[in-house]
Ligand binder design. Structure first.
Ligand code: FES
Ligand code: FES
Length: 152
């Protein structure tokens, strides 16, 4: 099988994988990184969202051959030691999750938004397409606003 090299949470990795294997399965099954979740596999639910070169992407829909040399950040790589990322801290402070399944993807999408937009409007927040079957959208919106005020 071909090998692919990239970084995950700032650690260089090389994996043996079929070229068309989804990055989600490389992360979960080969690297044991289970923050990104499988919900649909067809770029609809966004539970598998991670940052690829700093931009939110659905890893179920990216082939491993497309990430050669790129930098992946999963929720496991957001904190700086014991210091949570402002988005993670806001999620905790506002008790956002219900079942929790969608939340790693929600947080990564929020990080992407706040990296691009310091003071997002309601429309900017509503443009996040990550689904939450538990309906935590109101708390997500509040947490993004709190996190926005704490972003460096
Ligand atoms: S698993 Fe649903 S978008 Fe990736
Ligand atoms: S918290 Fe349950 S799916 Fe979002």
């Amino acid at each position: 099988m071909p090998t692919y090299s990239f970084t995950v949470n700032q650690q260089p990795v090389t994996v043996d994988a079929p070229a068309d294997l989804a990055v989600l399965w490389v992360l979960r099954d080969q690297l044991g990184i289970t923050g990104p979740k499988y919900g649909c596999g067809v770029n609809a639910c966004k539970a598998c969202t991670c940052l690829v070169n700093g931009k939110a992407e659905t890893t179920c829909s990216i082939k491993v051959s497309a990430i050669q040399g790129k930098n992946i950040t999963t929720i496991e790589g957001l904190a700086n030691g014991d210091a949570l990322h402002p988005v993670q801290q806001a999620w905790l402070d506002l008790d956002v999750p219900q079942c929790g399944f969608c939340q790693p993807g929600q947080i990564m999408a929020a990080v992407d938004l706040l990296t691009r937009t310091k003071n997002p409007t309601d429309a900017d927040i509503d443009a996040i397409e990550n689904m939450c079957r538990c309906g935590t959208y109101v708390r997500i919106r509040k947490a993004i606003r709190v996190a926005a005020s704490k972003m460096p």
